[in-house]
Design a protein around this ligand. Structure first.
Ligand code: NDP
Length: 337
């Protein structure tokens, strides 16, 4: 029988999400990988226990997480039922709809039909009456934005979601969505973009828009799916995401000579700060106050504990930041290793 650690809320830092009343842990856990039916259930369960013991209150899902799609929600629902049902009010659980989920014209994108049906399916798989945050997972150029935002607003009014968010929306799309949501009376809580040392796109306007509008930012793939860790310093381990065939989003081709050179140099900077590379990559994101939470993934409880250790050193000297920028801006060979 799982019993959470009593001092869990002293182990985490919590940050206000935009101008809302909600605070999120500086580090949140995402269940995109490692929680599907193809994965070891007990390992996933241990990761969730470790997260909650570390004060991680926020767990991020989507309809399509698995594989197979939907199985991460099913497994997380099982973990809630077994271990966390007495702690539901201490948890922020999110899900999303936007990517392909079922055949035919109503199984993806942003129609009211899809968003509402998908949320109903997610609640069933999770075994929950409501999720805390429900997202539009991607912008849909073919559906009026009023319809997509109207569907999210409807979910809140039906009590199926407490807050709503948008993910992978560019700055102008964010502004348009916020305008509609404000008019509907359901403000946008949060935006979920990809952001890491290797992908700094949100610095080109999105973070400014979010700060100006009082919207939180929870940033995904902060470790560039594992590249910004010690995982690949000595080659490609068989059990890593890049080696597995279950993830089409990171593969051996991503590990070019340029990437490896950068990882090795960044690792030296991390060592000089008494941090692991993963810890430094997370801390580097958290120095920006516009970032509410860093949304990590983990394939083991040990990785998660390593990542939580980033909070012990969130200060960077000007020199360190300069060194990191120089490494990130280097151009190198795209040759595979
Ligand atoms: P990360 O960049 O944090 O990558 C996680 C992977 O990095 C792990 O699976 C593991 O890889 C490796 N890793 C993590 N910690 C360590 C460590 N300390 N040492 C060594 N290796 C480590 O994030 P993800 O790409 O997994 O994304 C995180 C979450 O963001 C998702 O679960 C999801 O919730 C969300 N997301 C949202 C998207 C959207 O469109 N809104 C898109 C993608 C993600 P390995 O498995 O090889 O051990």
């Amino acid at each position: 029988m799982y019993k959470p650690l009593e001092d869990r809320y002293h182990r985490m830092e919590y940050r206000r999400c935009g101008r809302s009343g909600i605070k999120l842990p500086a580090i949140s856990l995402g269940l995109w990988h490692n929680f599907g039916h193809v994965d070891n259930f007990e390992n996933g369960r241990k990761i969730v226990h470790t997260a909650f013991d570390l004060g991680i209150t926020h767990f991020d899902l989507a309809n399509n997480y698995g594989p197979p799609p939907g199985s991460a929600e099913e497994n997380f629902g099982k973990i809630i039922k077994q271990d966390l049902k007495n702690y539901r009010d201490e948890l922020i659980i999110s899900s999303k709809a936007g990517y392909y989920m079922w055949p035919g014209p109503y199984g993806e994108w942003g129609s009211r039909k899809y968003i509402i049906s998908s949320c109903n399916q997610s609640l069933k798989r999770l075994g929950l009456e409501y999720v805390d945050i429900f997202y539009s997972h991607r912008f849909d150029f073919d559906t009026p934005l009023e319809e997509t935002m109207g569907a999210l607003d409807q979910l809140v009014r039906q009590g199926k979601a407490l807050y709503i968010g948008i993910s992978n929306y560019y700055p102008d799309q964010t502004l348009a969505a916020v305008k509609i949501l404000d008019r509907l009376g359901t403000p946008c809580l949060i935006n979920q973009p990809r952001y890491s040392m290797f992908d700094r796109k949100p610095e080109e306007g999105l973070l400014d828009v979010l700060a100006e509008k009082g919207i939180g930012a929870i940033v995904f793939s902060p470790l560039a799916q594992g590249l910004l860790t010690n995982r690949y310093l000595q080659g490609i381990p068989d059990d890593s995401r890049a080696a597995k065939t279950t993830s089409p989003f990171l593969n051996k081709e991503n590990l070019t000579r340029e990437v490896l050179d950068k990882i090795r140099q960044l690792n030296e900077v991390a060592i000089s700060r008494n941090q692991s590379l993963a810890q430094m990559a997370i801390a580097w994101l958290l120095i920006d106050e516009r970032v509410t939470s860093v949304l990590i993934g983990a394939s083991s409880a040990e990785q998660l504990m390593d990542n939580a250790g980033s909070l012990k050193n969130l200060r960077f000297s000007k020199d360190e930041l300069k060194k990191i920028n120089k490494i990130l801006n280097q151009k190198g060979s795209h040759e595979k290793i």
